[in-house]
Design a binder for this molecule. Sequence first.
Ligand SMILES: CC(C)(COP(=O)(O)OP(=O)(O)OC[C@H]1O[C@@H](n2cnc3c(N)ncnc32)[C@H](O)[C@@H]1OP(=O)(O)O)[C@@H](O)C(=O)NCCC(=O)NCCS
Length: 119
Amino acid sequence: MQVVEDSAQSFEVNLTFGGRYVGRAVSTSRSRYEVEFSDVELEPPYRRKGLGTKLVKLVITRLRERGVRHIYGSVPRSALEEFPEIVQWYERLGFKNGERYPVAVPGAVAYLHLDLLDS
Ligand SMILES: CC(C)(COP(=O)(O)OP(=O)(O)OC[C@H]1O[C@@H](n2cnc3c(N)ncnc32)[C@H](O)[C@@H]1OP(=O)(O)O)[C@@H](O)C(=O)NCCC(=O)NCCS
């Protein structure tokens, strides 16, 4: 697992295996304590092996260490169509569905958030 960008604004983790790109997760700072989580995606052959879960847990740990208090993200319709249990997948990682969100995202079918002070 390789952290490719780790700045005040952005935190991007790329997952590689034997030099091959496997997937990534991108988080972007939206305010001092808030981060928007986006682009969690694994290449198709690497899905359903627990890697997505590990990747998101790593990102949560790193953001917590950086003092982030709130992570939010949205689920696009395409993700729900491909994986109807996607919201439950995030809920297993501690996210809550449907509460506050700063701005409406076109095409989003669900909004997720995780309060790091609670967990
Ligand atoms: C969503 C995604 C990141 C999940 O990562 P992953 O490594 O495939 O998921 P995990 O192996 O950690 O998931 C564990 C469990 O979630 C469930 N699950 C994961 N993907 C699933 C799918 N496509 N359909 C049904 N259940 C699924 C299963 O219960 C799985 O356990 P099992 O394989 O023992 O049944 C990955 O599938 C992906 O890249 N999807 C395409 C992009 C996308 O939709 N990103 C999310 C945008 S909000």
